[in-house]
Write a protein that binds this ligand. Structure first.
Ligand SMILES: C[S@@+](CC[C@H](N)C(=O)[O-])C[C@H]1O[C@@H](n2cnc3c(N)ncnc32)[C@H](O)[C@@H]1O
Length: 220
């Protein structure tokens, strides 16, 4: 089966082919994914929802690689992404995920619907919705507990009651041994997640605007 995630067949384009292409017959067209295209999309969304979007610059390649190159992502059968935004991290996950894995991406800002709808991959489901309802969406889809949750939600700029509810839902959505990854400007997520998951591992990605911390926890 040959599936074009951007509405063109691989033969139409001199797209850069990736392992993603060879595994499931999809391909990634680097021009559609250009940093400039994602930047324009983020800027438009930020104008209307500055606190919610929380950044004017999309994730850098280094940040995307830091998240998606992890063994837990490559081995996962089911992944949830909270806050895919303009889709940079989403593409990173799709590129490394197993051909038989699934990704549910939940994005609150409707302005990202158009760019995310271009990611036509049979493994991906995009929901324009609020992550506070994560467990309901999983139940509606009869989705069992997942292996990995990746979140870009800015936990430092949302009310603490909402942040606690989302992190509690993340905890309940993961199966034992599952991994929660949160890329953040500030440390607030630590105080919400520590009572549930224990202390985090944390790496700083300097090559991103602004430099971000990538927190991770394994559910015991
Ligand atoms: C840092 S940005 C994501 C960056 C993006 N993943 C990238 O690769 O460039 C954070 C995203 O979280 C989304 N967001 C904020 N609160 C949310 C919520 N309660 N539920 C779902 N998404 C939310 C924002 O709309 C924004 O797109």
């Amino acid at each position: 089966m040959s599936v074009s995630i951007f509405g063109r067949s691989p033969a139409d384009s001199a797209a850069v082919l990736t392992p993603y292409e060879s595994e499931i017959g999809c391909y990634v067209d680097e021009s559609e994914l250009s940093f400039t295209n994602r930047l324009m999309s983020v800027l438009k969304a930020w104008v209307n929802h500055p606190t919610q979007v929380a950044t004017v610059v999309p994730s850098s390649r280094r940040l995307i690689e830091n998240i998606a190159d992890r063994d837990c992502v490559k081995q996962a059968k089911s992944i949830i992404e909270l806050g895919p935004g303009a889709g940079g991290t989403t593409i990173g996950l799709l590129t490394r995920m197993r051909p038989d894995a699934n990704l549910l991406a939940i994005e609150k800002t409707a302005a990202f619907d158009e760019v995310l709808s271009r990611l036509r991959d049979p493994r991906l489901t995009v929901e324009i919705a609020d992550a506070t309802n994560l467990l309901n969406y999983m139940a509606e889809r009869s989705l069992g507990r997942v292996d990995v949750v990746v979140s870009g939600i800015p936990f430092s700029s949302i009310p603490s009651t909402v942040a606690r509810r989302i992190v509690q839902s993340v905890y309940e959505s993961l199966q034992p041994g599952g991994t929660f990854i949160a890329y953040q400007l500030h440390n607030d997520v630590e105080k919400y997640a520590r009572p549930l998951f224990g202390p985090s591992d944390c790496e700083t990605v300097l090559w991103n605007l602004p430099p971000l911390k990538v927190f991770s926890w394994r559910k015991i």
